[in-house]
Ligand binder design. Structure first.
Ligand SMILES: Cc1ncc(COP(=O)(O)O)c(C=O)c1O
Length: 389
């Protein structure tokens, strides 16, 4: 008989997998389900990227192993992009490492920094990988800190308990699932809090480019002394609708980057070279006029969908607030969120119960506008007679 290591038993069910299964079951029964569940954009990868991918496929060596730290041209493209986008100067040799999507990097960061029994400070609610893939799978303990609307979903550092076992603080803005954006003050306090308490700061900036109006997401690396404690993750997934390409990057503190490279060298053999070429071409073309127009058009589509969903949800009495970034709405449904989602499913719409992201999400539902069928979804939502509110 096969027995799993104890840490596997400590993992709660991965809610997105459960939802996908439920959705598949309904689809098999002939129900045409509209998914506002998983955050996987339906919009196309820019043409420039697919063209570059195709060209790279026939390059000599494209079929061979690549470097798990990232090819030189990829790390250089990341460093150049950081310089232009955030004014942050990075050495591509020592301060940049490629990631097979930022999810891989976040999970491996736990292996790098957490000993069994250590604590990681994890936002509640948050992307489940911080507490689970990174922390529980490193035999460490997630110590949650609350993100609540009263403080605009910013952390209260004075309420965080830190002891000698506490090693790492996760911070994510623009936030999944709350869609909140951060403030300069939060970033400054986070950096000084981590330096004072000898913690590593993991800043997840995966949604930095999905912003509306005048809003521009910052980088935690813009804060003074951040390089002494901070690793920042970003990814081409949401930036260029490249979720399936699996390409992201970690940047920042040299010791953390060197450690991630050391760990990765034992685990993976790099992102396919043709994918790195495609990602590098996207980053290199980021500020070109045509590409800028395409990115802006993409974000306008997401914003329009959010507007449609917001007015639909408001018309059924839900308090949906327009975010400045991400493709999510984090809505207090004033009843058990999982019960709400079940009723929604029966009407043919999938959304994610807030509890999937932590206890503070109990009465929340996360809606993701990653489908063009938002208008139909709203029509269905309007027909539901919600029980339990
Ligand atoms: C906050 C956050 N970080 C990281 C990721 C991982 O993205 P990827 O591994 O595709 O880069 C996601 C994916 O949804 C996310 O929501």
């Amino acid at each position: 008989m096969i027995t799993y290591a104890e840490r596997v038993g400590k993992l709660p069910p991965y809610i997105f997998a459960d939802l996908e299964r439920l959705q598949d079951e309904l689809t098999k029964k002939g129900v045409n389900v509209i998914s506002l569940g998983i955050g996987d954009p339906d919009l196309p990868t820019p043409r420039l990227v697919t063209d570059s991918l195709k060209a790279a496929l026939t390059e000599v060596g494209s079929n061979n192993y690549s470097s798990s730290a990232g090819e030189d041209y990829f790390r250089q493209a990341v460093a150049d992009w950081y310089e232009q986008r955030f004014g942050v100067d990075l050495d591509p040799e020592t301060q940049v490492c490629s990631m097979i999507g930022s999810k891989e990097g976040l999970a491996n960061l736990g292996r790098l920094l957490l000993n069994p029994g250590d604590r990681a400070l994890v936002p509640d609610p948050s992307y489940p990988v911080y507490g689970q893939g990174a922390t529980i799978l490193s035999d460490a303990t997630p110590a949650t800190y609350s993100l609540i609307p009263e403080t605009k979903f910013q952390p209260d550092f004075s309420a965080m308990r830190v002891d000698e076992k506490t090693k790492l603080l996760f911070l994510n803005y623009p936030s999944n699932p709350t869609a909140a954006v951060t403030t300069n003050e939060t970033l400054k306090t986070a950096v000084s809090f981590c330096l004072e308490n000898n913690l590593a700061l993991c800043y997840d900036n995966a949604y930095s480019e999905l912003a509306f109006g005048q809003y521009r997401s910052p980088s935690a690396l813009q804060i003074d002394q951040s390089m002494d404690c901070t690793v920042e993750f970003n990814s081409c997934s949401k930036m260029f609708n490249m979720t399936g390409y699996r390409v992201g990057f970690a940047v920042g503190n040299k010791e953390i980057i060197a450690g991630l490279k050391k760990i990765k060298a034992q685990i993976d053999s790099g992102i396919p070279r043709f994918v790195q070429r495609a990602a590098a071409s996207a980053l290199k073309s980021y500020f070109d006029a045509d590409f800028t127009l395409e990115r802006e058009r993409n974000n306008r589509i997401i914003e329009e969908r959010l507007d449609i969903l917001i007015s639909g949800l408001r018309s059924v009495g839900l308090n949906a607030i327009k975010p400045e970034a991400t493709f999510y709405l984090w809505v207090n449904v004033e009843m058990d969120g999982t019960e709400f989602v079940k009723q929604l499913l029966n009407a043919g719409v999938v959304a994610t119960p807030g509890e999937a992201f932590g206890r503070n999400g109990k009465n929340y539902v996360r809606f993701s506008v990653t489908t063009e069928k938002v208008v139909q979804a709203v029509e269905r939502i309007k027909r539901i007679e919600l029980r339990g509110r």
